[in-house]
Every structure is written in C-alpha cells, then in structure tokens.
Design a binder for this molecule. Structure first.
Ligand code: MN
Ligand code: MN
Length: 270
C-alpha cells in the first residue's frame, strides 16, 4: 500500500512538473512526431544497419548502402498537393554530395552506355510543386538502374495508377520502393543492378496518417522483374504481398503500425 502511495505521489509530482499551464515559459506538450512524414508508417529496418545510411530530405527519405553504392529503399508521402506545374529539371542527374566525402559517389555518367535507364524511385512528376522539389528527384541516390522496358513500361504504368489515386480520388499515399538484389550483377563493378524492383503503396484518405491505418486499409505491393520484355505488361500482373517483399529484401516495412494490423495487411493481396 505504501508503495502504491509512493508511486501515486511520484505520478502527481511528474504531472505537475510537466504541466505547462502553470508555467508560461514551458511550451505545450505535443504528440510525438515521426522524424519525417515520409516514414510516418515506419522506417524500414533489417537485421544489419551497417549498410543502411538513412538520409532525410524534405521531399523523401532514403537508405543507402555504401558498400555496394546502392540505394536500399526510398520512402515518400504522396497526395495531390505534391503535384504542380514546374517544368521537368533538364540537367544531368545530380551526384549526391550529401553522402560522406570518402564514399564512392555515383555520377550521371556511370549509367551511360550501360543499357539501363536511370530509373526514378520518387517520380519526377510526383515532385512538381517547386523547382527545388523537382530537382531533388534527380539525385542519383533516388535512382536505380532499370531496363527501359521496366522503367518506361510496367513500372510507369503503376506510377500512373498512383497519380490517378492522388489526383482523381484524393487519396493519401505512403510509398516505399527499392530493389531486390539476389544475383551480383553490377554496372562496371561500380553499382548493383536489382533483379527486380518493388513498390509498396499504403492508401489512406486525404490527411490521414498512421493512426488511421486499420485491418481494412488497402496496401498495394508489386515486385517487377528488371528485364526486357515487360514494356506492355500491366502493373497488376506483378501484385504480391508486403510479406513476400519483406522476405525477399530482409526489411520490415510499415513497422510503426501495430504488429497485429501489420500481420493482416501485409499478408493480403489487393
Ligand atoms: Mn521512371
Ligand atoms: Mn512489416
């Protein structure tokens, strides 16, 4: 009993100490916020963080593997407000000098004559509100080598589907995309070529976020082979589950969502 009274006393002491209303110099307490809106549903984690160098940009968040000079994943929020009328940036793709200086920095020319497109993860059109937003999508850390058939074909088909969700259906999307690397194919030994590319799209209503995700929330997940011959395919041919992408990549996605809800929405195919 004594112990309870002590704890109760401690509780009220703490409450009165943090009560901002009694002290005008203490700002009101706010809800805990994620480090960035782009990872509001969780920062993807695998068993080994040594090759996950996470960079937060106002426009997206990405994880970089400096041993293979490869972007592991890019995460971004998307809704109609990110689309604007800024012209597509027309310079060369940009070396990301925000990475530590002693790392190999991938350049525009590293892809030249490789046969692979510089495939955007965050699509250029998805960041057209300001010149700076659009330019940010041209950093080489937002780029993976994709075959022209993937980049301009079925991957693009899914990008258009997401654009429609935002612009015509006023949805709020939380997206993560990246590569699946099982073979060791590289461009000139300098950077890895993904065997396939994945994208996970959580679909919420305008303005919704983490607390609104429930067992009925729609989650599209695709894994598309990075090969020739997929240009005319439609995206739904490559529907899969988040669980399948998690086991292929080793990452736990959407990990800010309760494990119970994750179990349901990650095992379902929409
Ligand atoms: Mn593309
Ligand atoms: Mn998960």
């Amino acid at each position: 009993m004594k112990r309870y009274l002590f704890l109760l006393g401690l509780f009220f002491t703490l409450v009165s100490c943090t009560d901002s209303s009694s002290n005008p110099n203490v700002p009101p307490k706010e809800d805990p916020k994620p480090k960035s809106i782009h990872i509001a549903l969780g920062e993807p984690k695998d068993s080994d963080s040594i090759n996950d160098y996470v960079v937060l940009r106002p426009q997206y968040v990405f994880s970089y593997d400096h041993f293979t000079n490869t972007t592991n994943w890019v995460a971004w929020n998307l809704n109609a407000s990110w689309y604007g009328d800024v012209d597509r940036y027309d310079g060369n793709f940009i070396s990301d000098t925000s990475l530590p200086k002693d790392w190999t920095i991938i350049k525009h020319s590293d892809y030249t004559n490789s046969g692979y497109d510089r495939g955007h993860m965050v699509r250029s059109e998805e960041r057209t509100k300001t010149i700076e937003d659009n330019k940010s999508t041209f950093y080489m850390t937002n780029i993976l080598p994709q075959t022209p058939d993937l980049n301009r074909g079925v991957w693009y088909d899914f990008e258009l589907f997401c654009e429609d969700l935002c612009k015509n259906q006023k949805k709020e999307l939380f997206i993560v995309a990246g590569g699946v690397y099982h073979s060791n194919n590289t461009i000139n030994g300098k950077l890895k070529i993904p065997d396939s590319c994945f994208k996970i799209v959580v679909v919420l209503e305008s303005g919704q976020s983490l607390k609104d995700v429930n067992k009925n929330t729609t989650v599209y997940a695709v894994m598309m082979p990075n090969i020739d011959g997929v240009r005319k395919d439609t995206w739904d041919k490559y529907k899969t589950t988040v669980d399948a992408i998690e086991s292929s990549t080793g990452y736990d996605f959407l990990n800010a969502i309760s494990t119970e809800i994750q179990a349901t929405i990650e095992s379902k195919k929409w």
